[in-house]
Design a protein around this ligand. Structure first.
Ligand code: NAP
Ligand code: ZN
Ligand code: ZN
Length: 350
C-alpha cells in the first residue's frame, strides 16, 4: 500500500479539501503513475454532487488523467518508467464477455470498473472503492493504461481521455467523413473536442450553441457553421439538414426540436447525462426513419487509436490550467457554461 495526496469532496454540498488516500500495492500487472494533469469533466460534477445517486464520500473524482510511469509490476511489458501515459474512465472489466472481447470494455456485461466511485473487484482490493485522478499518483492495471504520443502535450492530452474518446467513438461508429453533415450540440468540454475531431474526419460540421458568444472559436476549431439555439429561426432554417447530431449537453433539452433537424435515416446521439428523463414524440422519429441513440465513452483500444489520430492531426483540448484549490470555483464556472473549454488541474499544486 502506498499513499497519495488528493482533493476530495466530503459531501454533496461540501467543498474540496486536501486529503491523503491509499493506493493499492503494485501487483505484477500494475503500473504506478505520477499524475501530472487531471481534466474536470462534467461527469465529475454530476458525481461529486450526487446528482446520479450512489456517490460514496469522501469522493475523489477525475477520469481524464495524464502522467508519467513511476514504477511497473514484474509482469508489465508495455510500459517503462518515464513513459507518458493516460488513464480514462475505465480501470477494469471482466475481459471475458462479448463486449470485452470486442474491445468495448465500457459495455462489459458484468459491469466495468470506473476510475472513481466504483467498487474495486474483490480480486484486486477487497472492500475498496475507486478514487480518481485529482491526486498525485494512481495504480492502474497495465491493460487499462494508454500511451500518450509525443506530439501532444500532457496538459492538453488529459481531456482527450474522456472528452476525446466520448466524441471519437460515436463519430466513427456512425461513419463520419467527407460528405456527412454533422451537428454538435453544446460547445463545452466534449463539444469543442468533437468539433475538432469531426472536422479532421472530413465532415461538414455545424455547432448548435445557446448563443453566438463562442462562434469565432468554433470556426477556428474547424466548424463550418455556427448557430444559436436561443434563436427560433435556427430550428426552422436547419430542418431536415443533418446525417448525425451529437448532443453533449449536461441539462435536459427539447429533443423533438433537434430530431426535426435530422435528414432521412439521420441519427441523434445522446452523450449528455442529465438525471431527469426527456420526452420524445414518436412521429418525429417515424418521419424520415430517424434514430435516437446513445454512446458511452469508448474501449481501451479505441482510446489509443483516438490519441494517435489526435497526435497525427495536431488535436489537443483547449484548456484553462488551474491549481487544486480552484476546483470549487471551476465547478461553478462549468455549471454556468463559462469554461474555455476544459479546466485541467495542475497536480503539482496538490
Ligand atoms: P460542459 O463542459 O459543461 O459542456 C456542456 C455544454 O452544454 C455547455 O458548455 C453548454 O454549451 C451546453 N449547455 C449547458 N447547459 C445547457 C442548457 N441548460 N441548455 C442548453 N445547452 C446547455 O460538460 P461536458 O464535460 O462536455 O459534459 C457534457 C455532458 O456529457 C455531461 O452531462 C456529462 O456527464 C456527459 N458525459 C457523457 C459521457 C458519455 O460517455 N456519454 C462522457 C463524458 C461526459 P453552449 O454554451 O455552447 O450552449
Ligand atoms: Zn468524463
Ligand atoms: Zn466484460
Amino acid at each position: 500500500m502506498s499513499t497519495a495526496a488528493a482533493y476530495a469532496i466530503p459531501a454533496p454540498d461540501g467543498s474540496f479539501e486536501k486529503v491523503t488516500i491509499e493506493r493499492r500495492e503494485l501487483g505484477p500487472d500494475d503500473v504506478l503513475i505520477d499524475i501530472k494533469y487531471a481534466g474536470i469533466c462534467h461527469s465529475d460534477i454530476h458525481t461529486a454532487r450526487d446528482e446520479w445517486g450512489g456517490t460514496k464520500y469522501p469522493c475523489v473524482p477525475g477520469h481524464e488523467i495524464a502522467g508519467i510511469v513511476a514504477a511497473t509490476g514484474s509482469a508489465v511489458r508495455k510500459y517503462q518508467v518515464g513513459d507518458r501515459v493516460g488513464v480514462g474512465c475505465l480501470v477494469n472489466s471482466c475481459g471475458k464477455c462479448v463486449p470485452c472481447l470486442a474491445g468495448e470494455e465500457q459495455y462489459c456485461a458484468k459491469g466495468a470498473t470506473w476510475t472513481y466511485n466504483n467498487p474495486v473487484p474483490e480480486t484486486v482490493q477487497p472492500g475498496g472503492y475507486t478514487m480518481g485522478g485529482y491526486a498525485t499518483q494512481i495504480v492502474v492495471t497495465e491493460s487499462f493504461v494508454v500511451a500518450i504520443p509525443d506530439g501532444i502535450g500532457l496538459d492538453v492530452a488529459a481531456p482527450l481521455l474522456c472528452a476525446g474518446i466520448t466524441l471519437y467513438s460515436p463519430l466513427r461508429h456512425w461513419n463520419t467523413g467527407p460528405g456527412k453533415k454533422v451537428a454538435i450540440i453544446g460547445m463545452g468540454g466534449l463539444g469543442h473536442v468533437g468539433v475538432k475531431i469531426a472536422a479532421a474526419l472530413g465532415a461538414e460540421v455545424t455547432v448548435l450553441s445557446q448563443s453566438l458568444r463562442k462562434r469565432d472559436d468554433g470556426l477556428r476549431m474547424g466548424a463550418d457553421h455556427y448557430y444559436a439555439t436561443s434563436d427560433k429561426e435556427t430550428f426552422r432554417q436547419l430542418r431536415g439538414s443533418f446525417d448525425l447530431i451529437i448532443n453533449t449537453v449536461s441539462a435536459n433539452l427539447p429533443i423533438d426540436n433537434y430530431l426535426r433537424l435530422l435528414a432521412l435515416d439521420g441519427t441523434l446521439v445522446i452523450l449528455g447525462l442529465p438525471d431527469q428523463p426527456m420526452s420524445v414524440t414518436g412521429r418525429n422519429l417515424a418521419a424520415f426513419r430517424r434514430s435516437l441513440a446513445g454512446s458511452m465513452i469508448g474501449g481501451v483500444a479505441q482510446t489509443q487509436e483516438m490519441l494517435n489520430f489526435c497526435a497525427a492531426h495536431g488535436i489537443g483540448a483547449e484548456i484553462e490550467l488551474i491549481s487544486a484549490d480552484e476546483i470549487d470555483s471551476a465547478y461553478e464556472r462549468v455549471m454556468a457554461s463559462d469554461v474555455q473549454y476544459r479546466f485541467v488541474i495542475d497536480t503539482a499544486t496538490i
